[in-house]
Design a protein around this ligand. Sequence first.
Ligand SMILES: Nc1ncnc2c1ncn2[C@@H]1O[C@H](COP(=O)(O)OP(=O)(O)OP(=O)(O)O)[C@@H](O)[C@H]1O
Ligand SMILES: [Mg+2]
Length: 419
Amino acid sequence: MAEPRTHLIGLLLGAEEDWPTAFESLLALVGPITTDDGVTHELTSERLTIEPFDLRQPVRTELVIDRLAHWYYHPREWLKKAALVDDVYLLNSPFTFQSMEKHSAYCALMRLGLKVPQTVLVPYKNPVDNVRWAYTSAKYNRPFDLKQLAGNLGYPLYMKPFDGGGWRGVSRIDDEQDLVRAYDESGEMLMHLQATIDYDVFARALSIGPETMVMNFRPEEPMHNRYAVSHGFLSPSAGRETAALSRIVNAFFGWEFNSCEMLVKGDDVYPIDYANACPDVAVTSLHYYFPWAIKALVRWSAYCLVTGRRSRTVDLETRRYFDLADRADLSDKEKLDAYLAIADEYFETAAYEQWCARHLGHLDSAALEWFGSDDFTRMLRRTVETTYPEPERERFMAHFQGLLGLWFRDEEARLAVRG
Ligand SMILES: Nc1ncnc2c1ncn2[C@@H]1O[C@H](COP(=O)(O)OP(=O)(O)OP(=O)(O)O)[C@@H](O)[C@H]1O
Ligand SMILES: [Mg+2]
């Protein structure tokens, strides 16, 4: 008899309780997985704590889902040690997420020939505090005409930090007065000026491994209402492209848990934000799509651990993409297909789908039962209690129960058809 194996998933968490609770509950439903070689694999998870660590002391977890590295140095450096010394699989890689941000994603996608809106990076309004700056600035900082740059892009335009997220420092600029004020207020943030895309639909894609959900996003709505439950809101071509782009950018940078924002006008897809190291997966944002997200996290983690998938750590294959981008004999569509083929190779998409069908076939109905259980309702209630003030709680509870009830019925119907 082959020795059974236990795989430990580490969760590096901040204030969130909702998705970790759901993840832990669904992971427990996976049960032992026996592979063709007769080995039985058990999957468990643990919430990791932050403490001193010896750089040589082996790490117990084989895979970490991280929600802290983007904000805090200690867990970030622990993750780097875990990846470099112990070969721990990370969602996400702090190496590429810290050196690449919204700006790098724009550059990469431009290089691949995609429709990133015209974007200009301007020098700091207030340079970082450094005693040598005065000399450097006097000697090398060229005066520039902000109004002229903005005029070339045209109004309205967007001014936003090169590494932004969560609307921090984002403003829509309607005229020169707005422009000067926003730039003055940008202070020590490094800013992009970006041409406005006049769009029909905002598509926001959440990607977990090779799985992607493209959702109809309404940024003007309050948080609980931003994701509309809508199917078929894009033309077939835009639908295909939005899903492909998300997988491509993730494979390109080695990101495996990310959300991507695209503005869609007719069949044209304009990427505007492709780097979210800590994508929003709150039940109070995703509601209807929450069960999918948690199942995808469980499936991808299980696949990586049981098949022994190795992370690339810092190895990227940018040259393969660029060689395609530079070919004059390929159309845009052919290039997209070719990038997607590399991305599918990176994510082992076909093997992953087969593996899930073979080893996780029971997860959908087990998850359906869990999302219909009192355990889930309690988790939802706790989340609502910590998210909203008392007078609004009943209303929000009913709102999310309604949306998740809708998911439940759709999922029941889907599983019945599938048999
Ligand atoms: N080029 C653009 N054309 C039209 N609208 C834009 C453009 N850039 C940004 N916006 C609007 O501004 C919002 C915030 O921009 P962006 O996503 O780049 O910033 P962010 O800080 O990452 O915000 P979030 O966390 O909401 O994604 C977008 O959701 C969109 O509504
Ligand atoms: Mg954004």
